[in-house]
Unconditional design. Structure first.
Length: 63
């Protein structure tokens, strides 16, 4: 694709649509893992907090 070509707006997916689809998929997988007893809600939220803290730490180092 040439740098000067414009994207067809009808064919591009909006960022919010991608974000929403990703969020729904993650929620579904998380719920399945909990429902099947593979992880507990407590384990899920503990890991979520841990990963969030890691991202924040990495973000702080780049700034």
């Amino acid at each position: 694709m040439k740098a000067a070509e414009k994207f067809d707006q009808d064919e591009t997916v909006k960022f919010i649509e991608l974000l929403t689809a990703n969020m729904i998929q993650l929620d579904a997988v998380s719920q399945l893992l909990i429902e099947k007893g593979i992880i507990t809600e407590e384990e899920f939220f503990a890991k979520l907090k841990q990963v969030q803290a890691e991202y924040q730490s990495k973000k702080g180092r780049k700034d």
